[in-house]
Every structure is written in C-alpha cells, then in structure tokens.
Design a protein around this ligand. Structure first.
Ligand code: 8YV
Length: 315
C-alpha cells in the first residue's frame, strides 16, 4: 500500500519522526522555504503539513502545495500561521491546546518563585563559596499573599490563577469580558486598571496581530515600583522597548520572561539587567508534554486524512 505523503517542517524529536514515518511517506524539512526544492509531483500530491516553529507560514507556501488541505500546528499558539490566507484557500488549521496548560502554568509559577526568592543569585552565592566567606545572602521578597494580575484568563491563564490562588494570592484579571470565576477574583475592564492593582502582572494572552503590544507603555506605567512582569505568552504581546526602559530605570521591580520579541535572539539590553529572570521559551518543553503535543498533531492529521472531524480545529 502506498503511504500518504506528509511534509513536516520543524525540528522534531526522534519519537515524533518515527511515529510520522510509521504511517506516512515523510518529508522532513527545516523551514518552509525548503518546500520549493521538493519534486513537483510530490508537491502536487501533499494534502497535509505538520508545522512546528515560529517562522511565518502563509500564502507563498500554500501556493506551492495545490492539494494542501491541512496545516497541523505543533503548539497552541498559531500566530506564525496566516490563518486568513489558509481559510481563503480552503485549508484547515489545527493546534495543540490543553495538553500543555499545566507545564506552561508550572513554569510561570516557577519563574515567579525563582525571581522573588533570588534562587539564581543564591545558588551562585553558594557555588562561589560566599556563604562560608560572607554569610547569608541578601533577603528576598515574599510571593505568597501578594496580588496577581492575570492578563488573559484563557486556558493557560486560568491554570496559572488556580495555582496562585493556592499561594494565597489575590487574583485580579483582565479579559474582554468578565468570566465565571471562583468568588473573590476581580475582573478589570481596562488592562492599565489591572496593572494598577497587582504586584505580579502575568501575561497569558494569545499571540498575533490583535494582541501586538497589548501590554503597552501605558499599562507598564500603571505598574507600581514593586511590580514584576511575567510573560509566558509571546514576546509580541508586550511593548518590549517600554518594558526595557522601565526595567533599566528601576520603575518596576523586575521581570520573569520566557518569551521575547526577536527570539531566539535577545535584545542585548536584557543581558545587562540585574532585575530579570530569563528562560529560553521552554513553557511546554517537558518530555511528557511534548509527546502529548506531537500525538495531538498526528491525531489531527489522521482525522483529516481519514475524513473524520478534526480534534482541535482553529478555522
Ligand atoms: C511552541 C508554544 O510551540 O504552544 C505554543 O504556542 O509556544 C510552544 O509550545 C514550542 O516552541 C514548540 O514549537
């Protein structure tokens, strides 16, 4: 039996490659530009594309694959994919929601604790022999009981809020409309209003044009000098220049960031700051979750090719 061709773009783990090879004639590419190098009869036959990565994928790629019917994204965020262009061409798009909520929320809480309790500097204090030489390191700051401001109470934002509630934090949030929440959670209509009422502003927005710079200079200015920005969403959701200025001037206490505007490259100004805790976009990066994401991506592909309803459609 001839197996259906599948183009997979990205840097997949061995287990994902093996699973895709199991049921498809797999063509693994590093970037969308490599599609142009595939044989014309293969390009004409491909109906499904597995995508991983944050580089733009849109009309120029779709034009090269006339039979394409599905782009299955490996990730909950699909801001790199031009969904409008896909829809115009009748191409369905799927993502991998929910399977990564716990990991991303865990990382947000972990970054908040690591930042507040000076864990990096304290580990360094110990490693450099300063504990014995100079005594205890400087005191840290308490996180439990502080005010959390969740920007975007979607699936991941809610998991973060649930965790922070267990840390006895008061939960404030901003979303387009008030949501059904446990008693005591406070909705703020205005993002700057949320900023004015929190010690930790945790950004859990979806990426894309609609949220570009949503945490604007105005929102950042509304934060108090004791406030910490936490971002596990997309670098694009924050006015990075305004945040860097606030951090450099000490107008906010600090930032714990997993995502950046020009990642994997970082604005070098970040590396000069002493009031940040930085991570390499690793919110979903555990073996368990990445396996779950790969499985959901493949399940969507199998559903599409089998003529069954998609599990997690975007359009
Ligand atoms: C990435 C993410 O997809 O799910 C998302 O939206 O940002 C991550 O899980 C990850 O970089 C894998 O490509």
């Amino acid at each position: 039996m001839t197996r259906t061709p599948l183009i997979a773009i990205g840097s997949y783990r061995d287990w994902d490659i093996a699973a895709m090879r199991d049921s498809h004639d797999l063509h693994l590419l590093g970037a969308p530009e490599a599609i142009a190098g595939l044989a014309p009869d293969l390009r004409a036959a491909v109906r499904a594309l597995a995508y991983q990565g944050h580089r733009p994928l849109g009309a120029a790629t779709f034009e090269q694959l006339p039979a394409l019917g599905l782009v299955a994204n490996y990730g909950v965020g699909y801001d790199a994919i031009d969904v409008a262009a896909a829809t115009r061409r009748g191409i369905r798009v799927t993502n991998t929601p929910d399977v990564l909520n716990d990991d991303v929320a865990d990382l947000a809480v972990g970054m908040m604790l690591a930042f507040s309790r000076n864990m990096m500097a304290n580990a360094d204090w110990l490693a450099k022999g300063r504990w014995a030489e100079r005594g205890d390191p400087p005191l840290a700051r308490k996180m439990s009981g502080a005010r959390a401001g969740i920007m975007g109470l979607g699936r991941i934002g809610r998991e973060i809020a649930n965790r922070l509630a267990a840390f006895k934090m008061q939960i404030h949030y901003h979303s387009r409309a008030a949501k059904d929440t446990p008693e005591g959670w406070v909705w703020h209509r205005d993002p700057a209003g949320l900023a004015a009422h929190c010690d930790y502003l945790i950004v859990a927005l979806v990426g894309g044009k609609a949220t570009e710079g949503y945490v604007s200079a105005r929102v950042i200015d509304a934060l108090g000098p004791d406030a910490v920005i936490v971002n596990i969403s997309r670098g694009s959701t924050i006015d990075e220049g305004a945040m860097l200025e606030a951090l450099e001037a000490g107008r906010i206490r600090g930032a714990a960031l997993d995502v950046f505007r020009s990642e994997p490259a970082l604005d070098p100004r970040f590396l000069k700051l002493g009031n940040v805790f930085l991570q390499p976009h690793q919110g979903s990066a555990t073996i368990e979750t990445r396996k779950g994401m790969g499985q959901l991506q493949r399940d969507n592909i199998a559903a599409f090719l089998g003529g069954r309803p998609l599990l997690t459609p975007v359009n």
